[in-house]
Unconditional design. Structure first.
Length: 156
């Protein structure tokens, strides 16, 4: 792997393997971290944390990297499985003595990504009231009836 800094000692094997695979995938894109940040919804500094095993990436970041790298199907799914294994094994930061248990968990790992607009699911269109359609149908029927009556009177 090119110019990557060494990964921290004592990382669980699942985490080490996952980060090494992410680094290879990022290198295969040929993009800088700035360019990768521009193509995904994650900043350069976020990618630095993810690729140096400082913080686990959100699942959507891995999905975005796979998309940018052109991976789909089984290849992308392998990265998702590696992510699952790595996140389960990822070392959690110790909670500070003055902080209640559970208060630091969101800082260690959070899978609440900001999705780029192109990855957001289409919102369900709001249901339109059918009353307006019924009104238009009745008005159209009245106009047709009026035309028929006027036509019959004119011919008669």
């Amino acid at each position: 792997m090119g110019g990557w800094q060494p990964l921290p000692e004592g990382l669980p094997p699942e985490v080490r393997h996952f980060v090494e695979q992410l680094r290879l995938l990022k290198d295969d894109t040929g993009l800088s971290l700035v360019a990768l940040g521009a193509r995904t919804a994650y900043s350069k500094s976020s990618w630095q944390r993810y690729l140096n095993a400082v913080q686990p990436p959100p699942r959507q970041a891995v999905v975005a990297l796979c998309r940018v790298a052109g991976l789909a199907g089984a290849d992308a799914e392998r990265h998702a499985v590696r992510w699952e294994l790595a996140v389960q094994a990822w070392p959690r930061p110790a909670t500070a003595p003055d902080r209640p248990a559970g208060a630091g968990e969101a800082e260690g790992y959070e899978d609440d990504p900001t999705l780029p607009w192109w990855d957001r699911p289409e919102p369900d269109p709001a249901p339109r009231p059918h009353g307006r359609l019924l009104l238009y149908a009745v008005l159209l029927l009245l106009v047709l009836l009026l035309v028929a009556v006027v036509g019959a009177v004119a011919l008669g």
